[in-house]
Design a protein around this ligand. Structure first.
Ligand SMILES: Cc1ncc(C[n+]2csc(CCOP(=O)(O)OP(=O)(O)O)c2C)c(N)n1
Length: 939
């Protein structure tokens, strides 16, 4: 017997068989069953020729329902018979292996042949499931094979039955990609769940009617708005109405499987429909927003109606309430994803991990196109970011604005970006709501069971253009000919339910009429009342906090008694007995204790560590993340120590015993991780939440999060955040990017006291600033331009006294000169102070004062108070390292009038205006810096 007689898999089967003979338990269960059957003489098959094609004559086997089985054939020669029997056993194994390959092919590639597209354009695919590809033929269709490995099938079935079962499972309205899932248990669970149900939901009449009701709600809402607010943008979900039926049951299933809270992120498409029909937003408020009849109400604030968030407690059949939150969302597609993940993580930090579920609803073009998608997906498995699995729904209307998939992506599916995750992806025909429900049920169960992401790609269509005023036939004439002919999703479903006697046509019509009547009544009521409402006020965990204008005239007390500081600094140096600390790092933290205890000057890292330690000691939580957050990009933090022998980590601040301290090195992402931290801050107002950029300029990569969430979230959505950004900044000759965190951009975003912008010069200032951020009930994003060279600057130091007695100073007056002698005041911010300070010392200029603006925004009377020490007419000069068109100058020049008006004018010393922030040459930098300082002291 030659192995290659058996075709391509003979060796594999023989090996497997040998393995089985050695240890039956070591082969997969379906093979074990198969070999058991062989041993018991149960399996029958065909001997094969060299090309693997069946060669013997089929014979009827009465015992198997008229199905055919290949006969062994016998002869009188016992030895020959034994050989034949052995060969037949191998042949049986080979045939079974071919069938097994076919089964596998359905599992792996069946999705290519599924009827998932309601526009009927079948996906082009190679005929991979043809029998001939498996050395099988039509003649084998009625032969019986072991089929116990297929969920829901008996031990043996004909090839025809097997194919029919698989085709129904994998090639109907649901195409599924799941064989790449790495965990065998998860893969097998899913496979069995799909195969045993043929991937079809079993729904009772009540569930069918419930689906229809939601399809009706979805369709009639859109039609009603279309008719009553002609030409208004609403980003209709028509063509994708199944989404509403799906979300309704998704919440139900989530509730049943123990989920208490769902946070939804979605763009504009279908959002009004979701608000009205899932979050039960009062439709009168939506109508009032369409009417938009009070121009005074929202001058300069608010957001369009299809960006607004909402939350509610939704009852479920299990009797439990599921709290639903739809996150406020800016226009930029997909950025909300990272924010939702952060929100969920924060909520999970208060509850159990799987009890809060992120649900992200995507558009097909945006899902594949936006870089924030992989940035966010990549967070799913990371200790500092995991949320126990996200459910992704892609509302795949097969178009993005006017762009078709062939111009929009290089991949077959818009979900192919998720292949990096190795999670299941269901492609489902959105015109088959029951199939959509089936995928939803599986997706929720999968997420709750395995804590991993899962993706539903719902193929549908878009009845109108990108918005309702847009003509799609300019660009998609063929597609829209098809769409124009389509009955609605509801109509298709009504027909099905009527045909299967689930409802009568009259009942279907009644549902529609009821909904129309309810909306008409609501519209009448809206016309008579005032329903133009701002977003709901923040309650719950936000109740003790306020936003709005900066009324903090006096800085809040942030000092900490010396004994407490010493106690905490001592605790921070207590490492586990068997911990082998790196000697240099050990010295850094021992020095911290020494300085705090002895009252000797300490550095930036100590000020920061003491801010964290005191907050944690007071029961507050601190979370800091960034690309090198544990050590600190410039080796100043050492929040986590690494055992020099084992590499194990130890974070002293996490072991102080009261508040929670967490520090995570983040992935190399800016938009994704900053969005996440912003989201986290939205649900953890009582914590200090910090994102640190590796270099400040990298915040550029997260500009969307800064512009559209951090700076404007309160104005647009009345949502507060106390997020803190640490952005290393300072001109030290490190080239264009690493010099500047782009102060000018933050200054330009500053208005209505929306953010705080600080550029600090001492460790004590950092200490008080960070503590103030949590202790004060006023919640505002805080941007700190943090130092690099100052981390170790011999003058940029503080003492225990500064922490035990001081408080935050928005402006630091000059303690070193007699104000009566001063004829010129240099006003500056951040690191350049020390350059000016050194120069003044060298020049012996007692007539020049140097005032530090530690908080650039909001400005208050403190600057006026500090300047009042100098005679009227004293020259004021703003000195900045940045080129004229960068830094804070333009903003200050335009805005100082309001605070120090009578003391003006003020002139400016800076680098000349430039296209790029700094030179790339260290030598040129040094010369520029020298000239800058000389100019500041000239005259
Ligand atoms: C970051 C970003 N780029 C561009 C746009 C403009 N825009 C709005 S919707 C849209 C098409 C989105 O297509 P898709 O993701 O398929 O969702 P659909 O509108 O089809 O539901 C575009 C390009 C945007 N809002 N955000």
């Amino acid at each position: 017997m030659q192995f290659d007689d058996f075709g391509i898999n003979a060796g594999f089967v023989e090996d497997l068989h040998a393995q089985y003979l050695q240890a039956p338990g070591s082969v997969e269960e379906h093979w074990r069953k198969y070999f058991d059957a062989l041993k018991n003489g149960g399996a029958s098959t065909s001997p094969t020729g060299g090309n693997g094609a069946p060669v013997s004559t089929p014979a009827t086997n009465g015992a198997t329902n008229g199905a055919k089985a290949y006969s062994n054939g016998t002869n009188g020669n016992a030895v020959a018979a034994a050989v034949v029997a052995r060969e037949d056993r191998y042949s049986a194994a080979v045939m079974a292996s071919r069938v097994q390959q076919l089964v596998n092919a359905y599992r792996v590639r069946g999705h290519l042949f599924a009827r998932i597209d309601p526009l009927g354009q079948p996906p082009e695919a190679a005929p991979e499931l043809d029998l001939k590809n498996f050395d099988l033929s039509e003649a084998d269709l009625d032969v019986e094979f072991p089929s116990a490995s297929i969920g829901g099938m008996p031990a043996r079935a004909t090839l025809r039955q097997i194919i029919s079962h698989l085709s129904e499972t994998y090639c109907r309205s649901i195409g599924v990609e799941y064989t790449h899932v790495e965990e065998p248990e998860a893969r097998e669970w899913l496979q069995n769940a799909m195969e045993s149900s043929r991937n079809k939901a079993t729904l009772d009449n009540a569930e069918c009617v419930r689906i229809l009701k939601h399809l009706t709600d979805a369709e009639i809402f859109e039609q009603f708005v279309h008719k009553n607010f002609v030409g208004a943008k609403r980003f209709s979900c028509e063509g994708a109405e199944s989404m509403i039926a799906m979300l309704d049951l998704l919440i139900e299933y989530a509730g049943t499987s123990g989920c208490e809270e769902i946070v939804i992120g979605m763009a504009h498409r279908g959002r009004l429909n979701v608000l009205a029909n899932i979050l039960n937003k009062n439709v009168r408020e939506i109508f009032a927003a369409f009417r938009d009849s009070n121009p005074e109400r929202n001058l300069g604030r608010g957001d369009v109606k299809y960006h607004l968030g909402e939350s509610m407690d939704r009852p479920t059949a299990s009797g439990k309430l599921v709290h639903l939150t739809l996150a406020f969302n800016p226009s930029h597609l997909e950025f909300v994803n990272a924010v939702v993940e952060g929100r969920v993580r924060a909520k999970q930090d208060r509850r159990k991990r799987l009890n809060v579920m992120p649900l992200l609803i995507h558009g097909d073009a945006a899902f594949m196109g936006q870089g924030i998608i992989p940035e966010t997906l990549n967070l799913a498995g990371l200790e500092g970011y995991a949320t126990g699995g996200t459910v992704h729904l892609v509302v795949n209307n097969q178009i993005g604005f006017t762009t078709l998939p062939q111009d929009s992506r290089s991949t077959r599916y818009c979900t192919d970006i998720t292949r990096m995750m190795k999670v299941p992806v269901f492609h489902v025909n959105g015109e088959d709501p029951e199939a959509v429900i089936q995928t939803t049920r599986l997706a929720i169960e999968f997420r709750q069971k395995f804590g991993k992401d899962v993706v539903i790609d719902m193929l549908c269509y878009r009845k109108y253009g990108h918005n309702e005023g847009d003509e799609p036939r300019f660009t998609q004439p063929v597609m829209y000919k098809l769409i124009d002919k389509k009955p609605t999703v509801r109509e298709v479903y009504v027909k099905k339910l009527v045909e299967t006697n689930q409802i009568t046509q009259a009942q279907g019509d009644q549902l529609k009429a009821d909904r129309q009547a309810a909306l008409a009544l609501a519209l009448e009521e809206e016309k008579k009342g005032d329903f133009l409402k701002p977003p709901k006020a923040m309650g719950g965990v936000w109740a003790p906090y306020v936003g709005g204008a900066d009324k903090n005239v006096e800085e809040i007390a942030t000092k900490v008694p010396k004994e407490k500081l010493v106690e905490l600094a001592t605790k921070l140096t207590q490492l586990p007995a068997d911990f082998n600390a790196n000697a240099k790092v050990k010295k850094v933290i021992d020095d911290r204790r020494e300085h705090i205890t002895n009252g000797t000057p300490f550095d930036w890292g100590t000020g920061e560590a003491m801010a964290f330690a005191t907050l944690v000691g007071e029961g507050k939580s601190v979370r800091i993340t960034g690309q090198d957050a544990r050590r600190g990009t410039f080796t100043h933090r050492h929040a986590t120590l690494f055992d020099a022998v084992s590499g194990e980590r130890y974070t002293p601040l996490s072991n102080l015993g009261t508040g929670k301290f967490e520090v995570h090195d983040s992935p190399l992402s800016e938009a994704g991780v900053l969005g996440f931290e912003y989201g986290y801050s939205l649900d953890k107002p009582d914590s200090l939440v910090i994102w640190e950029a590796q270099f400040g300029d990298f915040a550029n990569g997260a500009q969307v999060i800064i512009d559209q969430f951090i700076a404007s979230g309160e104005d647009k959505w009345m949502r507060l955040s106390g997020l803190t950004l640490l952005l290393p900044h300072g001109y030290e000759g490190q080239g264009p990017e690493h010099s500047s965190a782009r102060i000018e951009r933050f200054m330009q975003l500053a208005a209505s006291d929306n953010i705080q912008i600080c550029n600090l010069t001492t460790p004590a200032q950092l200490f008080h600033c960070l503590r103030r951020q949590v202790i004060r009930p006023w919640r505002k994003p805080l941007v700190i331009f943090s130092p690099k060279s100052l981390l170790r600057h011999k003058e940029a130091v503080s003492t225990t006294d500064d922490l035990a007695n001081g408080k935050f100073q928005r402006v630091i007056a000059d303690p070193n000169v007699d104000s009566a002698k001063v004829s010129k005041v240099l006003i500056c911010t951040g690191k350049v102070y020390y350059d000016l300070y050194d120069a003044r010392k060298k020049l012996g200029r007692e007539d020049v004062a140097i005032v530090r603006l530690e908080q650039l925004y909001p400005l208050n009377a403190e600057i006026t108070n500090v300047l009042s020490a100098y005679k009227d007419g004293t020259r004021l000069v703003w000195v900045q390292e940045e080129p004229r068109n960068m830094g804070a100058w333009y903003w200050l020049n335009a805005n100082l009038e309001k605070t120090i008006g009578p003391r003006l004018p003020i002139s400016c010393v800076s680098r000349p205006g430039a296209a790029s922030p700094a030179t790339g040459s260290k030598a040129s930098h040094d010369l520029e810096q020298k000239r800058l300082i000389e100019e500041a002291f000239a005259g």
